[in-house]
Each structure stands twice: as C-alpha cells, then as structure tokens.
Design a protein around this ligand. Structure first.
Ligand SMILES: Cc1ncc(COP(=O)(O)O)c(C=O)c1O
Length: 368
C-alpha cells in the first residue's frame, strides 16, 4: 500500500532567510533578535555537575533519579508555591519541545480529536496535533472550545506575546477542560521571567487554581531559559499522577529518556535560585533598554509583561516591519509565524548580548 507522508506545515523560519540575508549585509553588523536562544554562559556550578557526571555507562531511568524527582518537587514548592506533589507526580523530559510535540500521541489522540491552543502561539502545539491527525484550534476563550476537545494547551507567560494568565483565568480554563473531559496542559517555561512584580507567574498546579484535585492537569517546565541550559535539553512535566504514569509507560517503551549527566545537572540547577535571579536581572536590563528605544522608533508594545520577547507593532503588515528592520540590520520574527491573522505584530527577542542590545538601540534611534 502506498505510504501517505505526514502533511505538516512548511517550516516558517525558511521564509525569514531572505530577510536575514539583507540584515547580514548591514555595514555596522547583524543584530539578531529573532530566535529566543539563550546567549549567556551556562552557570559554572551546573557545568561542574555535568562534568562530574560524565561516567554514565548504565542506562538512565526514564522516570528520573530520585534526587531529580525530589528536586523538581522541592522547586515547585519553593519557587511556584505548589505544595503536595510527590515524586510520582513528576517526570523529566528531553527539553520540553519533544513533550509538546508528542503529548497528543502519548495521550492516544487521533483523528476526530481537537487540540486547543492559544490564539497566538508557539507553533509546536499545532504540530503535535498534526502528527496524530487531530485538529488544532486556536482559541483563548474557554467558551469557544468544542465538545470534542481532548487536549487544551495554555502557555503562560506566553510566547510570543508575553501575556500572563491570572489565577481566575487558569481556574476558568481548568473548569471548562474538565467539563469537556479534556486534559489541560500549561506550558510555563517563562514563569521565572516576570517584569511586572517579582513573583513567578502562577502555575496551573497552584492550589488556588485546582484545590487539591490534580486530575487531568499537567504543568510543563523547562530549564532552557531560566538556567541557559537549552543545549542540555532539560525539562519536566508534573501534575496528575495517573497521566504521569501513563506518559512514563509509553516513554519507557519509546526510549524517551533524559540523559544521565543531564539529570544530574538538573538537580544542581533546580537547587540554586541565585543563578536564575542573576539571569533574570540581565534580561530585565536588556528589556529596559530595548523597550523604550522601540517606542521612540514608533512601535507600540502590547502585553510583554513576562518572558523573553517584546510583542511590538507599527500597525502595519508584520512583513513590512520585518523588512524595514532588516534594512537596519535587525532581524525579528513576523506575527504570522505564531498564527496572528492578520499579522500586525513582530516578536523581538531579549536573548541577545548587552553589546547586541546596545547596537539595536543605536539603530532604532536612527529610526526615531
Ligand atoms: C512556549 C515554549 N514552549 C516550549 C519551548 C521549548 O523549550 P525547550 O525545548 O528548550 O525546553 C519553547 C522554546 O522556545 C517555548 O517558547
């Protein structure tokens, strides 16, 4: 029988390549504010732990070491105010992107099921639905989630728009998901990067959201951003113990195992709040320079109260903005990559060195 290849959307970043080529020809150099990839070094204490763990001859366990599972439980209590978790409520993942893309498959979803995600969103939620033949729907309002919804993705703080869901919004989303019999998963990888107020964004696992009932609720977290660990692929999922054991069983069969040295490094990262605070202040300072420079250059910044991006608009087609900035040597991402329709925003990353941010500010002053 003929094979039917998976019909996935085009990789959107390919469309940005010509703009990158224009920006790279700028005589004063290229200012890349497109990809949200960390640029600062991985903290020394984490690297030391990784280096000490290089004898890793045996297979690691899919469920994670007890030390790692305990560190995740303690981190939730200490940093997110989520109490009552045990090591049976948590599971390491190989970065969070694989979990986001694979969750519909791991939950057994398929044709006829709906996966809901935010109206402007990280594209991998829809990819995960497409991989299993499910339908993805972009809808923020729980009232719009259809009866055949099987999985709801929330993303707070959001990529690309930096929106934060408050406890009431999280509560309403959980209530609607439960009414539909759907699993609800909250992708919270920017939770430690808040610019208004000091506290991390509320977790879906907060008792104020779910009381003591974790059933059908998952929180997904990544150390890529808070700890400059994107290259390690270090993340975890937590929540409903029945779902966690379901995920574990399939991940064991499929060999989806976080590498042993990475598991060790994650323990150190999760126990140390100082490096996270220091990194947060670096991004805060970069944001404090870039945001007013963008406003002086005629941009309006919407949302963007947390996370690693500024969601900026000149009230024009977002490709126009991308093109104009490329001629100033600055590369940013159009809102269309995130499903904005019509796309009128661009996503501008804070993940650039201090020197690059200073260059961006200087270029933007010329546009003011
Ligand atoms: C919203 C969101 N979720 C998940 C990820 C994946 O992060 P990682 O795979 O590095 O853990 C990203 C990365 O940019 C993201 O923005």
């Amino acid at each position: 029988m003929a094979r039917t290849p998976l019909n996935l959307p085009d990789f959107p970043w390919d469309a940005l390549v010509p703009y990158g080529q224009i920006a790279r020809t700028h005589p004063d150099g290229f200012v890349d504010l497109s990809v949200g990839s960390p640029v600062d070094p991985t903290p020394e204490i984490i690297r030391e732990t990784l280096a000490a763990a290089t004898d890793s001859h045996a297979y690691p366990t899919t469920t994670g070491t007890v030390q790692l599972r305990e560190a995740i439980v303690e981190w939730f209590a200490r940093r997110r105010g989520v109490t009552g978790l045990t090591i049976d409520h948590v599971l390491p993942t190989i970065g969070s992107k694989e979990l986001v893309a694979l969750l519909p498959m791991l939950l057994g979803l398929g044709k006829g099921d709906v996966v809901v995600h935010p109206s402007v969103a990280y594209p991998t939620y829809a990819i995960g639905a497409a991989l299993v033949g499910a339908t993805s729907i972009a809808a923020d309002d729980p009232a719009e989630w259809p009866e055949n919804t099987a999985l709801v993705w929330l993303n707070s703080p959001g990529n690309p728009d930096g929106r934060v869901a408050d406890v009431a919004q999280l509560r309403a989303a959980v209530a609607r998901a439960r009414e539909l019999g759907a699993v609800i998963a909250s992708d919270e990888c920017y939770a430690e990067l808040n610019w208004i107020g000091q506290d991390p964004a509320p977790s879906i696992l907060d008792a104020e959201v779910i009381g003591d009932d974790r059933s059908s609720v998952l929180a997904v977290y990544s150390l890529s951003k808070q700890s400059n660990l994107a290259g390690y692929r270090a993340a975890f999922v937590a929540g409903c113990s029945a779902l966690i054991s379901e995920l574990l069983a399939i991940r064991k069969h499929a060999g989806l195992i976080a590498p042993g040295p990475v598991q060790a490094a994650m323990v150190t990262a999760l126990h140390d709040d100082a490096h996270v605070a220091a990194q947060r202040e670096l991004y805060r300072a970069r944001r404090a320079k870039l945001l007013p420079a963008l406003e002086r250059a005629g941009f309006t910044i919407d949302d963007s109260v947390a996370g690693l991006y500024l969601w900026a608009t000149k009230n024009e087609d977002s490709w126009q903005t991308v093109g104009d900035l490329a001629h100033s040597g600055i590369l940013v991402v159009p809102g269309s990559f995130y499903g904005e329709d019509p796309a009128r925003h661009v996503r501008i990353a804070l993940t650039a060195s201090d020197d690059t941010i200073a260059d961006a500010v200087a270029r933007l002053e010329l546009l003011a």
